[in-house]
Ligand binder design. Structure first.
Ligand SMILES: [Zn+2]
Length: 630
């Protein structure tokens, strides 16, 4: 069967499902019905089933096929599942909007401390600041249009539209069968309609299609029912697979990483040990500095806003003309170009955010594995106060990126058997990790960069403020392990914590110290100001690019200056390849892309500065250590 025909049939099924799901949502898009569905108790007083389609049937909100169309009960189930998922998301949004409306402040964009506390008390658990900000904007816009606050979510926005997809997971063997052919091929059988509006069961026919599993899927895992997403004459298949996993223990950790969402860097981490009840930290921070990528994102967002404004203006021109005047083809064409460009920039931002988030998470989990840490302590994003500190964070990276970083860390750490535990964010950067007193934030000793990025304390602490915060987070986590709780979604968190002072590990002599004298790097005085050529103009947002001179003799066949960037000689150092002494491959050798992922001079990695990963046997992912490529 031709792929096009198959895509059409899957498309007809998806349209049937979407039509029925939209019907269910539209019929129950009211505050009262959302309250009933969100309450989780049926009319008979029994708890609603956890499965979405069953819950809807218990409430008597089942999907109805269009007149003259015959669909099986399984297809109705799929539609009900889609509707239930959309309504559940609606219930969450309803709770967020209700909390915002109940505590609507005098100035919605500058809430006071009390207003924040009142809001936090009413919000559903785990609401992040990006959601609060976006919903606040939405309500403010409504206020501007109508001159009053909306009553509830359903007045603020219309019913959601479900995606054009078929989640076969909601059906059973009468609609879908998944067979394993061999290690790499899965055969899926599914009933599909032969026309857009099947009039009887004769119009439904079983179809089989083979899926080739991509290489990262291990052999012999359990493959679940797929979701089919028809689009542009093709069918995309989301195929979940299950592999058994035992969650790592929540306590009993002796070594952990404390991670701060940095002001200066995306992630700043520190290695901490629990020794006889006290927390000992190492002097060296681990940093993932994405200033270059952030600058790119800032530029892209600015460009997106610019395109949006232009398109908006043209759309007003097009819609503003009287009805009897024909549309200007030039204007329409221009608008189409602008809209295409806008969506391309949006996609670019989305991909860059995603790549950055996963690369940062990969780097962090590799560090944890390399030092033998069994837990990663992170600030709880939901409790990060939207104050002065977060504002400067937001300028750099949106809360959505941090959310993705967190999800990625949790995912990768779970695979590595490392626990990820959130700790309360309150006071992590304002308190001294060593004595607990309030620290002073001052300019860096170099004084080159704007903002107060250095923390000093009367006890003698003088540290990068993100590093100090990471130490405090690690201490909070390690010292309060007994209070770690796992919620029903499997997320582990410490809700209330007491702070423990950290000790610094005494410097131990490195083996190289006996061979050659090592500069005393102890911090006794401010680092001297680095001398840079006066002609290089630097900006806070732009990465410092090294100026590469053109080669003295251009290679034959090329004319003019070669573009700035690293020379091929720098990428691949000349000379004999170093022999690796041991025979057991290291992680770096088995997964070169993984360990070296954050240090490759490719794509945006060129703009990321990250502490290289050193394995316990002393090897690094990249021998030359040429990480500081800016
Ligand atoms: Zn102190």
């Amino acid at each position: 069967m031709a792929g096009r025909v198959f895509a059409d049939r899957v498309g007809w099924l998806a349209d049937l499902v979407r039509g029925m799901a939209d019907g269910v949502i539209a019929a129950h898009w009211s505050d009262a019905d959302l309250a009933v569905f969100g309450g989780g108790v049926g009319v008979d007083g029994r708890r609603l089933p956890s499965s979405g389609w069953m819950a809807l049937r218990r409430l008597g909100w089942g999907a109805v096929a269009p007149a003259g169309v015959v669909v099986s009960d399984r297809v109705r189930r799929i539609a009900e599942e889609e509707a239930a998922r959309a309504l559940r998301l609606g219930c969450h949004r309803r709770a967020v909007v209700a909390a915002l409306l109940a505590t609507w402040p005098a100035d919605p964009f500058a809430r006071t401390g009390e207003e924040w506390s009142a809001l936090r008390a009413q919000l559903p658990e785990g609401t992040d600041n990006a959601t609060i900000r976006n919903r606040t904007r939405q309500i403010t816009a409504y206020l501007g249009r109508h001159g009053r606050l909306p009553v509830d979510l359903c007045e603020l926005e219309g019913p959601p539209v479900v995606a054009r997809q078929v989640s076969l997971a909601a059906a059973d063997r009468q609609q879908v069968v998944v067979d394993r052919v061999d290690d790499r091929i899965v055969r899926v059988w599914s009933q599909l309609p032969m026309c857009a509006a099947p009039a009887s069961y004769r119009d439904w026919v079983w179809h089989a299609f083979d899926l080739v599993l991509p290489a990262p899927v291990p052999a012999r895992v359990k493959v679940c029912s797929p979701t089919l997403r028809p689009r542009d004459g093709k069918v995309r298949v989301d195929l979940p697979w299950q592999t058994p996993r035992t969650p790592p223990p929540v306590d009993g950790h002796a070594r952990a990483l404390g991670v701060d969402w940095g002001v200066n860097t995306l992630l700043t981490a520190t290695v901490a040990d629990l020794e006889e009840g006290s927390v000992v930290v190492r002097g060296r921070p681990l940093r993932f500095d994405a200033t270059g990528v952030s600058a790119k994102l800032v530029r892209l967002r600015r460009h997106r806003e610019h395109l949006h404004t232009k398109a908006d203006h043209l759309a007003r021109l097009r819609d503003g003309r009287p009805t009897h005047v024909p549309a200007d083809p030039e204007l329409t064409a221009k608008l189409a170009v602008l809209e295409a460009e806008h969506s391309a920039v949006c996609a670019r931002i989305r991909h860059l955010n995603k790549a950055l988030a996963w690369s940062a998470a990969r780097w962090l989990v590799d560090h944890a594995t390399a030092v033998g840490a069994t837990a990663i302590y992170v600030e709880d994003l939901a409790t990060l106060e939207a104050g002065g500190r977060s504002r400067s964070l937001n300028r750099r990276l949106s809360g959505a990126v941090r959310g993705t970083v967190f999800t990625a860390i949790a995912h990768l750490a779970a695979k590595a058997g490392i626990a990820v535990v959130t700790v309360p964010a309150r006071g992590t950067s304002s308190g001294c990790p060593r004595c607990g007193a309030v620290v002073k934030h001052v300019k860096t000793p170099q004084g080159r960069v704007a903002g107060c990025r250095w923390a000093t304390c009367s006890c003698g602490l003088s540290l990068d403020r993100d590093h100090a915060a990471a130490q405090r987070i690690a201490a909070r986590g390690l010292a309060n392990q007994a209070k770690t709780r796992r919620d029903r979604n499997g997320n582990t968190a410490i809700r209330t914590a007491t702070d423990t002072p950290v000790r610094r590990r005494p410097r131990r002599p490195t083996p190289t110290a006996t061979i050659r004298p090592v500069r005393d790097r102890r911090k006794t005085a401010p680092t001297p100001r680095q001398v840079r050529p006066a002609t290089v103009k630097t900006s806070r947002l732009l990465p410092l690019r090294r100026q590469v001179p053109a080669p003295a003799e251009p290679p034959p066949g090329t004319a003019g200056k070669r573009p700035a960037g690293r020379t091929p000689q720098e990428t691949q150092p000349s000379g004999p390849v170093r022999q690796v002494p041991h025979t057991v491959p290291t992680t770096a050798q088995r997964h070169p892309h993984r360990v070296r992922g954050a240090v490759l001079g490719r794509g945006f990695h060129r703009h990321v500065r990250a502490t290289p990963i050193t394995h316990r046997d002393g090897s690094t992912g990249r021998e030359s250590g040429s990480l500081r490529i800016t």
